[in-house]
Design a protein around this ligand. Structure first.
Ligand SMILES: O=C[C@H](O)COP(=O)(O)O
Length: 256
């Protein structure tokens, strides 16, 4: 059985004090929960301080929201995998829709970042998802399948199982419009059958596929009950100790 994975992407939110308080509060609330993998992804500048405050061990892991694929050099403003590892980061989000559509990242760049992360022994969370106009034009499966194929290009089956996929329909992010559990399950199932074609059934069954887009305590049970939804990548509801911890507790109960 796949171990569920609930991660919070804090995006460009919090400050030093609230970042430490939020991570510490969640860690305290979920202490003892072992059947769910959990992570928080603070802004780069707060990673070290959050890491120091989580260093007592426990189940809350640290992720970054992005990474650059080069090791070092003249890449102003960028952060390398080794820099992230220096501050105890274990997970890294690649290809978030805000980086694709606001910053303009391409599938090729996202693939390079995912490759660099995995080679450096960071665990990538590779995001994919369609825009509203793509869904309305009936292109959801084609868009998502293309992103999965390009994102995972060059990865072997043994490597692919280390990568978490996060399906985030762009129209559901930060809008309050969650995909229905049927819509989420349909795309997750399509992704899993694509993974079986690209690799094999066992590999497809082993890969964690998170859902993201207005996930909150009220819809956690329904989403996490879908057979192919293995976790959540949480934005807004991940910024409060109570809501994020609640989502982890609901998931833990569901899987116990
Ligand atoms: O990475 C997280 C997603 O973009 C979801 O954000 P949201 O939960 O605020 O809709």
């Amino acid at each position: 059985m796949r171990k569920p994975f609930i991660a919070a992407n804090w995006k460009m939110n919090t400050d030093m004090a609230s970042a430490v308080e939020l991570a510490g509060g969640v860690a305290k609330e979920i202490a003892g929960i072992e059947n769910v993998k959990t992570a928080v992804c603070p802004p780069f500048v707060y990673l070290q301080k959050v890491a120091e405050n989580l260093s007592h061990g426990g189940n809350l892991h640290l992720g970054a929201q992005d990474v650059y694929f080069e090791g070092n050099g003249a890449f102003t403003g960028e952060i390398s995998c080794e820099m992230l590892k220096d501050v105890c980061v274990e997970y890294v989000i690649t290809g978030h829709s805000e980086r694709r559509h606001v910053i303009g990242e391409t599938d090729e760049l996202i693939n390079k970042k995912t490759r660099a992360a995995l080679d450096a022994k960071l665990l990538p969370i590779l995001c994919i998802g369609e825009l509203l106009e793509e869904r309305e034009a009936g292109k959801t499966n084609a868009v998502v399948a293309n992103q999965v194929k390009k994102g995972l290009a060059g990865f072997s089956a043994a490597e692919a199982v280390e990568i978490t996929l996060a399906y985030e329909p762009v129209w559901a992010i930060g809008t309050g419009k969650t995909a229905t559990s049927e819509q989420a399950q349909e795309v997750h199932a399509m992704i899993r059958s694509l993974l079986a074609e690209m690799y094999d059934q066992a590999t497809a069954e082993a890969i964690i596929i998170q859902y993201g887009g207005s996930a909150k305590p009220a819809n956690t049970e329904e989403l996490m009950s879908c057979p192919d939804v293995d976790g959540l990548l949480v934005g807004g509801a991940g910024l409060k100790v109570e809501s994020f911890s609640e989502m982890i507790k609901i998931t833990s109960k569901l899987y116990s």
